[in-house]
Design a binder for this molecule. Structure first.
Ligand SMILES: Nc1nc2c(ncn2[C@@H]2O[C@H](COP(=O)(O)OP(=O)(O)OP(=O)(O)O)[C@@H](O)[C@H]2O)c(=O)[nH]1
Length: 329
């Protein structure tokens, strides 16, 4: 049987597009949460009419460990799972507790999808659905539950992944830039979702140098040479480290060619570049998504199997907790 969820993506037309899900990922401290706030605010007002308020972007928080959420989430993992309780009752460190919280949430995520489906059917969902993810990026992207959450969303709505980069940290180290690009590339490799690279914090330093490094191999090599000469990069480490970084930038050539088109600079604090951000998102959602539909159908089947397996494991764990009277719900 054809999964009805894919139907929403396939049946969308220019006159009646499906809401676009924007999955925000990135290294800790890159500015994901601040960007969520800026993006939600930007959807509330038309450029030409500051008075009238539009329906704000629908926000979902999937970070169980964050203390304060500066935007208004309509759905928040913290309402369902108590991260601190998970940590103390399962004797886990911060990363383990995030993973377990995501596991618990993944077993219930079909309920979240049902709510979103219902709202979309009633035209009560805004044009964009913004999803904030944990700073411990690997907890989300490399766990089975993270895959379930992102694939459930991606099989329900056209989904674009935004990889947020701390431009300031890249400016002081070409190797940090390279680490970010490798991570973004591996996330694309894993999720196969349309990818937007968002260079954040442009109020501190312009992202132009990052764009140049993506487009011009020589410019990146020069930056590496300069960093090595200044001794600020890797302290004049072995030639191997240096030549590896150079080779990697050649390996990424194809990635750069494709994704420099979808790269944008913003300041999540001042709102600079946010209009361009939305243009790039719309472009990614319109032009890239058709390629993913066939692939998605296979992944939905895989995801179903994963969800069932995970539900069995969590059910056993919870049963033990209930028996010991310490359920984190
Ligand atoms: N100057 C400047 N600072 C920013 C910008 N965006 C975020 N920050 C700062 O960067 C720090 C981290 O921002 P967050 O939004 O918490 O980053 P995050 O990626 O959600 O962090 P985690 O949840 O730990 O992964 C905060 O001190 C922000 O004020 C920006 O555009 N410009």
């Amino acid at each position: 049987m054809e999964p009805p969820v894919i139907k929403r993506i396939e049946d969308q037309t220019e006159e009646s597009p499906a809401p676009v899900c924007v999955l925000i990922v990135g290294m800790a401290g890159s500015g994901k949460t601040t960007l969520m706030k800026q993006l939600q605010e930007s959807t509330m007002h038309d450029d030409d009419d500051d008075e009238e308020e539009n329906m704000p972007a629908y926000c979902i928080n999937l970070d169980p460990a964050c203390l304060d959420v500066p935007y208004s989430p309509s759905i928040d993992i913290r309402d369902t799972v108590d991260y601190k309780q998970v940590m103390s009752q399962h004797h886990l460190g911060p990363n383990g507790a995030i993973m377990t919280s995501l596991n618990l949430y993944a077993t219930k995520f079909d309920q979240v999808i049902n709510i979103l489906e219902q709202r979309a059917d009633e035209n009560k969902l805004s044009e964009f659905l913004l999803v904030d993810t944990p700073g411990q990026i690997e907890a989300f992207t490399w766990s089975a539950s993270g895959a379930i959450l992102s694939e459930s969303l991606a099989s329900t709505f056209p989904t674009v992944m935004v990889f947020v980069v701390d431009t300031v940290r890249c400016a002081s180290s070409p190797n940090t830039f390279m680490s970010n690009m490798l991570y973004a590339c591996s996330m694309y490799y894993r999720t196969r979702l349309p990818l937007v690279i968002c260079f954040n914090k442009t109020d501190v330093v312009s992202h132009e140098f990052c764009m140049e490094w993506m487009k011009d191999f020589e410019a990146f090599q020069d930056a590496l040479d300069n960093a090595r000469n200044e001794g600020s990069n890797n302290g004049g480490e072995s030639g191997f480290y240096d030549s590896l970084t150079r080779s990697l930038s050649l390996v990424l050539d194809e990635f750069y060619t494709e994704f420099s088109k979808n790269a944008v600079g913003v300041s999540a604090v001042t709102g600079d570049g946010i209009d361009d951000f939305w243009k790039v998102i719309k472009n990614a959602a319109n032009t890239d998504f058709s390629e993913y539909i066939e692939d998605l159908k296979h992944r939905i089947e895989e995801q179903d199997a994963k969800r069932k397996a995970m539900a069995r494991v969590q059910a056993r764990k919870l049963q033990r907790d209930v028996d010991n009277d310490n359920s984190p719900y």
